[in-house]
Write a protein that binds this ligand. Structure first.
Ligand SMILES: C[S@@+](CC[C@H](N)C(=O)[O-])C[C@H]1O[C@@H](n2cnc3c(N)ncnc32)[C@H](O)[C@@H]1O
Length: 251
């Protein structure tokens, strides 16, 4: 079977740079959209404008963990879960050492070494990173005051299943933050499980509307915002996307 992209060295290196890289490493010759930087950290700060207990936070689909690190500045305990063993190993490594040296692509086969590090305010000792499946979470995890699902739903084989169960992991009046560019691909999600991006009975089905339908019984909508992000591929190529962030309060 083909190895998942998220288990590859390319994914580990791109995500370590995406999550922890400095502006000067990410923007070639200082060019590019600055408001798209620090996406993972901005996700980990989405709880900031709301009143809530700040005891436990969950970062589902945490990749190499920069949103968990941001959450650790405010929450007593943070759990970061990702399906990829390689990304969780990298999250643990940088969390332990507070820094890492990575190889990033410059052009073709050429690479250069770059040092990345945790923000000074991060409290990595508060974080537990573990491999797991967002669609099959153990009830032993308990409940969380804040749950982040950053750019996860359009990478799941069955996003509805994950969303329908997430209320059981939210504490009373807890907040759920979902960000996604809604990039539905059959490579990750069979079309029958897409939440939007197709027509039904001649009408467009949009993911944001489906989120309301799926979450409505247990969550009330709080706000939404656009969150640009930039993933660097090599010196002269980046992916620029705009995630839609929706925040929900458990009722
Ligand atoms: C597009 S990346 C987003 C990573 C990170 N949250 C961010 O915003 O940078 C999607 C992540 O979801 C993870 N993932 C995919 N399927 C998963 C599943 N079933 N359970 C948990 N994580 C999963 C991938 O390994 C990957 O780290």
């Amino acid at each position: 079977m083909q190895k998942s992209f998220y288990e590859s060295d390319k994914a580990v290196s791109e995500y370590l740079l995406f999550h922890y890289g400095s502006e000067s490493e990410l923007l070639f010759e200082n060019m590019g959209p600055r408001d798209a930087l620090d996406f993972a950290r901005r996700c980990g700060m989405l709880h900031q404008n709301f009143s809530l207990k700040r005891k436990r936070a969950l970062d589902l689909g945490c990749a190499v963990g920069a949103a968990s690190q941001a959450l650790s500045e405010s929450f007593d305990a943070v759990v970061g879960i990702d399906f990829s063993h390689a990304l969780i190993d990298a999250a643990k490594r940088i969390s332990e050492n507070r820094e890492a040296t990575i190889e990033i692509a410059t052009e073709g086969e050429l690479r250069r070494q770059v040092a990345v590090s945790l923000p000074v305010a991060a409290q990595p000792e508060r974080i537990h990173f573990t491999q797991g499946d967002a669609m099959n979470l153990s009830p032993d995890l308990g409940t969380f005051d804040f749950i982040l699902m950053a750019n996860l739903i359009d990478r799941l084989p069955d996003p509805r299943r994950c969303l329908q169960n997430i209320h059981s992991f939210a504490a009373d009046r807890g907040i759920l933050a979902i960000t996604s560019p809604y990039t539905w691909l059959e490579e990750y999600t069979p079309k029958s499980k897409w939440l939007g991006g197709f027509e039904k009975n001649g009408k467009p089905v949009r993911t944001a509307d489906q989120l309301h339908e799926i979450l409505a019984p247990q969550f009330e909508p709080l706000e939404s915002q656009n969150m640009p992000f930039l993933i660097r591929e090599h010196d002269r190529k980046n992916q620029y996307s705009i995630a839609h962030a929706t925040l929900w309060r458990k009722c």
